[in-house]
Ligand binder design. Structure first.
Ligand code: COA
Ligand code: AMP
Length: 634
């Protein structure tokens, strides 16, 4: 089959605004947009400025109204608890109405923020949709973050209410959410009015009198009220009103609150699920991420539901729950058409099942392709998966900020030839350009900064939460007229993109986006630490893992090993276990330039055993020898 990509891309190029107005017709609008884009609004313009809609209506109500009430909306598959549950669109509507009614009774309304700190259970999805239903703005916080991280998000988002659960289940332990939540509320300057907590059968958490409320008790009351005729309507909001704020790592300790609006978000996900992922109403999509990440927001929750598909909510790991065949079992059992995961998960599976025996045990007849994103998909992993699955393995590239793939091989439009190591080509809306440091586009095959010409398409961030200036400084100032992605790479002569790595302090640990700058702040908070550098070190499974180098204050007096153990504990306590910060080495000095800049890239090259040039501006070359020696001895 020849790909329709070129035609679709040309159609977008010739009339970008008409293209998205046409795509917007796939949704229900209370006021359909007549204008695609207002260049004078917001920081760089706003999409669908005169449109009004409700995202929950588009994800739930309209499918029930069109006869999909009996179709599965969500399949919760939870090998870590040994349970499973299928929720039809009709049931989903009832749950979301009940929770939305409860939220309004707590005084939550349009524009109010609600933090969702929950594991991979259906209630997390009910929570997001209930907020969307009443025009409230949700901010989901990943369960692997520590109390301090949660507190930072509470203070930035200033939520009226927090929705949480008693525990998450990791293969080796229960993650008690409530003590983390209590601690976060204690640390935060802002205090939410209330907490609604889902008690899971695996653990009952204690509730704070007057502040905390039992989810099930409130659900029961709301269901009874709905049965007695109470209404829980969808509140129309402007297309430009925020649907959610999702915090992501930047260069500093203060996470960035990426804002997603209602209209552009719905249009981009409705378009992309069909055209990129080739999944439509009635088909089943399996995105094995977490609702706490952008991938989970978009392709576990909103895209499949907005399209009327069935979404699998998987509570488990690619390996060890119980084995490396879990993903293939889920695909087979629920008839998933597409699996979307991170390369690290496939590397984990490959390690356990090098000959690709596990997929053969399952009926994968409905399965059409494996999509990978979140970090670079290395060709060896792609080759293993292609062989084991006998299906296309599709790398695609995006960010929390972009909201949907900027570059992909669009299965729904017909695949383009696959070039392993490349996430293929720019999607309509993303005018990807490679720039030199002066902001001039470079020739094909030349490395540079990956930038996207403004305006960004529907679905991409319009700004950061309450921080237009930070948005401008972080993304729009380096290359005027462009959004700077902080990724480096090149476009080849066929327009295929190659993403080679970040240009800032962000590292990708097992597909989780983390900031080394933030880890340095945590490490630097230890009283014995004079200065430190944290770099991302290559790891065969997780892609990268953090590694810290610290210089101690004179006379710190403590045992080096003790301090190293302390620092590991501090990062775990302040950022969370997901940081996987386990390596830290005490050195006498850090290699620096004469102006005092720590040579992090050079340290990284030494740790990864890669060639490097000793910078001409180095202050003391002997500092590199010490790093070399200490790395070699470990
Ligand atoms: N809640 C609480 N803790 C969590 C958590 C969550 N939702 N997710 C991870 N953690 C904890 C883990 O329990 C672990 O803690 P530990 O130090 O006590 O063992 C730590 O964070 C690191 O976890 P993880 O990154 O999952 O690494 P792992 O070594 O346990 O497993 C993989 C390795 C490759 C199997 C795993 O990283 C994985 O499944 N990766 C895929 C990630 C993914 O899909 N990302 C989505 C991006 S698209
Ligand atoms: P996140 O915001 O968590 O989605 O992380 C975004 C970052 O992950 C990007 O800026 C890239 O550095 C990296 N990334 C995501 N997908 C890919 C990919 N397919 N190839 C290379 N890097 C990727």
């Amino acid at each position: 089959m020849t790909s329709r990509y070129q035609d679709i891309h040309a159609a977008w190029r010739s009339d970008p605004f008409g293209f998205w107005l046409e795509a917007a017709k796939g949704l229900d609008w209370t006021t359909p947009p007549t204008t695609a884009f207002d260049a004078g609004a917001g920081v760089y313009g706003r999409w669908f400025p005169d449109g009004e809609l409700n995202t929950c209506h588009n994800a739930v109500d309209r499918h029930v109204a069109s006869g999909r009430g009996e179709q599965a909306a969500i399949i919760h598959d939870s090998p870590v608890t040994g349970t499973g549950r299928t929720i039809t669109y009709g049931e989903l509507l009832a749950e979301v109405k009940a929770l939305a009614l409860t939220l309004t009774e707590f005084g939550v309304g349009k524009g109010d923020r609600v933090i969702v700190y929950m594991p991979m259970i259906p209630e997390a999805i009910f929570a997001m949709l209930a907020c969307a239903r009443i025009g409230a703005i949700h901010s989901v916080v990943f369960g692997g973050f520590a109390a301090k991280e949660l507190a930072a998000r509470i203070d930035d988002a200033v939520p009226k209410l927090i929705l949480s659960a008693s525990c998450g289940i990791e293969p080796a332990r229960k993650v008690e959410y409530k003590p983390l939540l209590d601690k976060a509320i204690e640390l935060a300057a802002h205090k939410p009015d209330a907490v609604i907590l889902k008690q899971r059968p695996q653990l009952t958490a204690s509730l704070v009198e007057g502040r905390d409320f039992d989810w099930e008790a409130l659900r029961g009351k709301a269901m009874a009220k709905l049965e007695a005729g109470a209404q829980s309507p969808c509140v129309p909001v402007k297309a430009t009103d925020p649907l959610y704020v999702l915090y992501t790592s930047g260069t500093t300790g203060k996470p960035k609150g990426v804002v997603r609006d209602n209209g552009g978000h719905a249009v981009s996900l409705h378009w992309s699920l069909k055209n990129i992922f080739d999944t439509d109403a009635g088909e089943t999509f399996f995105c094995a991420s977490d609702v706490g990440w952008v991938v989970g927001h978009c392709y576990i929750v909103y895209a499949p539901l907005i399209r009327g598909a069935t979404s699998i909510l998987f509570e488990g790991k690619p390996i060890g729950t119980p084995d490396a065949g879990t993903y293939w079992r889920v695909v087979a059992e629920h008839g998933a058409k597409v699996l979307f995961t991170a390369p690290t998960a496939i590397r984990g599976i490959r390690k356990e099942d090098p000959d690709g025996e596990m997929p053969k045990r399952y009926d994968l007849s409905k399965f059409s392709a494996l999509f990978l994103a979140g970090e670079r998909a290395d060709p060896e992993t792609i080759i293993w998966a292609e062989k084991a699955l006998d299906r296309p393995v599709i790398d695609h590239w995006w960010q929390t900020e972009s909201g949907w793939p900027m570059a992909a091989n669009p299965l729904g439009l017909g695949l383009l030839p696959i070039k392993r190591g490349s996430p293929t080509v720019a999607m309509p809306g993303f005018d990807i350009t490679i720039l030199d440091p002066m902001g001039t586009p470079v020739a094909a095959n030349e490395m540079g900064a990956i930038a996207v010409k403004l305006p960004l398409p529907p679905g991409a961030l319009p700004t950061l939460w309450n921080a237009d200036d930070r948005f401008r400084e972080s993304y729009l100032t380096e290359f005027p007229g462009y959004y700077s992605t902080s990724d480096a790479g090149f476009l080849d002569e066929d327009g295929y993109l190659y993403v080679m790595g970040r240009t800032d302090d962000v590292i990708n640990v097992a597909g989780h986006r983390l900031s080394t700058g933030e880890m340095e702040e945590a490490v630097g908070s230890h009283p014995a630490v004079a200065e430190c550098a944290v770099i991302g070190m290559h790891d065969d499974l997780k892609g990268e893992i953090p590694c810290g180098f610290v210089v101690l204050k004179k006379g710190a007096g403590l045992d080096r090993r003790e301090i190293e153990a302390d620092l590991v504990r501090i990062v775990r306590e302040q950022i969370g276990p997901v940081a996987a910060f386990r390596q830290v080495l005490v050195v006498d000095r850090l290699p620096k330039t004469r102006s005092g800049k720590i040579l992090r890239r050079t340290i990284k090259a030494i740790v990864d055993d890669k060639p490097f040039d000793v910078p001409a501006t180095i202050e003391d070359p002997a500092a590199l020898d010490e790093i070399r020696a200490i790395v070699a001895s470990r």
